[in-house]
Ligand binder design. Sequence first.
Ligand SMILES: [Zn+2]
Length: 427
Amino acid sequence: MRRQLGILAIVLVNCLSLGAQAPKRIAIRTGKLIDVRSDAPISNALILIEGSKIVSITAGGAPPAGTELIDLSHATVLPGFTDAHTHILLQGDVTEQDYDDQLLKQSIPYRAILAARNARIALDHGFTSLRDLETEGAMYADVDVKMAIQRGEVPGARIFASTRAMAPTGTYPLMGFSWELSLPHGVQVVDGVENARLAVRDQIAHGADWIKYYSDHGYFFTPDGVLHSHVNFTDEEARAIVEETHRLGHHVAAHSIGSDGIAASLRAGVDSIEHGDGFTDELLDKAVKQGAYWCPTITVGAYVAPGRGGNWAPMVEAERKAFGKGLRKGVKIVFGTDVGGFPWTELNQAREFKYYVEYGMTPLEAIRTATSTAAEMLGWSDKIGTVEPGKLADLVAVSGDPLADIGELERVRFVMKEGVVYKNEFK
Ligand SMILES: [Zn+2]
């Protein structure tokens, strides 16, 4: 012990004599830079990074002496992406059996190991931030994975966690088992206004950045083509969740697929509508008026529809129409895939960009959903979402031109998060 103290003293003296260590300086020479602020890419920019932040962007020029140079002069550089609807603790659930097996046959530590791997996969695909929308029965394990990444113990995307999510009794799996069994739940089961407030406090106390609740279930079409659903919470309960969350300085995301669920979420004043397949003109107008964000998660719908059958394929089609209308009305659309609903290892979540362009966005508009708009929704506009001085150095690069071929974003070859390079295939 004494010897260790001696070593510690020497280390401290060395540190003091050296003064505070100067932050690492890196310069990136870009071919094209899509900074997301301007409508056109900038050619031959030089991005100077100190420590975790961007300090300057200049047209060409030589990097200052003593700066490490990364040559991306044959690449297009963009801000790191945000996927605003993920489940790092889930590995695909096309069928009920897929879901039940994960909750019944996998321990939470095992699931957390896969979650850390998934956060690494996301980073590798260029997603430097994830808003992870509930652990599906894995309690608060998202907060553990978030902390391990934050502390540099494992590489991965930055996580905005929402822990357990909420739904009332009898509306969310596991369901359909013998009443004699005591089983885990995919959410925190919440009934009544006081319990709703308590659940919000509990989840925030355990590290939730966002609160998520399930607004509806049981989706069905009426002959007029409108997608309906059964609403889960009473208005009083939903309002209690939202009010308590806002009072504590956090935000609420609500799973809302059918028009009834979307209407209930908007009445409660949620910050983001998740999925939103059943959006009608009237509800889109209301979302615009209230400034609510819409996270469409098209990739998961398209992926699970063939395996689930029933209404799922028509729901994808309904969402395509709603998306076009929402775009024209100016709803704030945020990139979200629901990855975890489809396996992390099978499909690159950047596939979602292609749907947005197919559904009517320009490539730059699609890029903004995963960068500047996502940052705005997270309240992180001063830190991420664009490439500009003062922001965190979250950068990705691709070989081709994503403004000509949005599919290029599925082939990210360089990833930097907070000034640290995690992937560079341009060497
Ligand atoms: Zn989800």
